[in-house]
Design a protein around this ligand. Structure first.
Ligand SMILES: Nc1ncnc2c1ncn2[C@@H]1O[C@H](COP(=O)(O)OP(=O)(O)OP(=O)(O)O)[C@@H](O)[C@H]1O
Ligand SMILES: [Mg+2]
Length: 222
C-alpha cells in the first residue's frame, strides 16, 4: 500500500456553520496505480489532491503514507516526506516568476541537494524531453500558457518522484501537447510510478486504471 485515507473530513467555518470541503472520504492507493479523479467544478478535487500531497491539512480522519502517519507528523517531517516522494503538477503553474525556465527546473533538485553536475545533466534531459531547450533562459511571463504548463510538468517530474499528483495537467495545452503528457504519464506509470490526476476529460481519464468520482466533497460510487 502506498497511501491510505481513512474517514477524512475537511471543513471551513462560514457564518457559524461548517461547510464541508471533504466529507468522510476513504481512499486506498497501491503502488503503481494510475488513478483519475473526476467531478464537477467545486466538488473538491483540488482539495483532495492537496491533502494527498500534504500541502493542505484536514480536520478529522487518518492519512497513512508508506509507514508514516501523516496526520500525526510535525510540519518539518511532513515536508521532508513530501519532498522525497511526491511531484506535484498544479492547476495554476506555480512557476517562480523571478527565475528562468532553467532555474525553475533546477529548484527541486537544489531542495534535494543533488550535486551541480548532476543537476545540469538532469535539467538538460528535461529541457530536451519537453522540447523547450530554446526557452531555457526565458522567464515564465515570456512563455505561452501551454509552455508554462509544460515547464510545470517537467519540474514535477525532474526529481523522479514515486508519486505524481497532477491537477488538470493538460488544461492549458493543445491537444497534441496534452496527448504527449498523457503518453509520458503512461510510460512513467509502466516504470512503476504511481499517478493520481484530476481531469475533466473522459479521454485523459481513460489513461488511468481507475476513476474516482467526487461530488460535494464525497466519493460517489458508480
Ligand atoms: N480555503 C477555503 N475556504 C472556503 N472554501 C474553500 C476553500 N478552499 C476551497 N473551498 C471550496 O471548496 C470547494 C472545493 O474546491 P476545489 O478547489 O477542491 O474544487 P475542484 O473540484 O478542484 O474544482 P475545479 O474543477 O473548478 O478546479 C469549492 O466550493 C471551494 O469554494
Ligand atoms: Mg480544482
Amino acid at each position: 500500500m502506498l497511501l491510505q485515507l481513512n474517514n477524512i473530513f475537511k471543513w471551513v467555518q462560514q457564518g457559524g456553520q461548517r461547510v464541508f470541503l471533504l466529507k468522510d472520504l476513504n481512499l486506498s492507493v497501491e503502488e503503481g496505480e494510475f488513478i483519475s479523479i473526476m467531478g464537477p467544478s467545486g466538488s473538491g478535487k483540488s482539495t483532495l489532491l492537496n491533502v494527498i500531497g500534504m500541502l493542505d491539512g484536514f480536520d478529522e480522519g487518518e492519512y497513512h503514507f508508506l509507514d508514516e502517519s501523516v496526520h500525526a507528523l510535525k510540519e518539518k517531517h511532513r515536508s521532508e516526506l513530501y519532498k522525497q516522494y511526491i511531484g506535484f503538477v498544479f492547476q495554476a503553474y506555480h512557476l517562480i516568476d523571478e527565475l528562468t525556465v532553467y532555474e525553475n527546473l533546477e529548484m527541486p533538485l537544489l531542495y534535494k541537494k543533488v550535486s551541480g553536475s548532476e543537476r545540469k545533466a538532469m535539467v538538460a534531459d528535461m529541457l530536451d524531453r519537453f522540447n523547450i531547450v530554446g526557452k531555457k533562459d526565458l522567464f515564465p511571463t515570456q512563455l505561452s500558457g501551454g509552455q508554462q504548463q509544460l515547464v510545470g510538468v517537467a519540474r514535477a517530474l525532474i526529481t523522479k518522484p514515486k508519486l505524481i499528483l497532477a491537477d488538470e495537467p493538460t488544461g492549458n495545452l493543445n491537444s497534441q501537447q496534452g496527448e504527449d503528457i498523457m503518453e509520458l504519464f503512461k510510460e512513467l506509470n509502466n516504470e512503476g510510478v504511481t499517478i493520481i490526476q484530476v481531469t475533466h476529460s473522459e479521454k485523459n481519464a481513460e489513461y488511468g486504471s481507475r476513476i474516482i468520482h467526487l461530488l460535494d466533497g464525497r466519493k460517489i460510487e458508480r
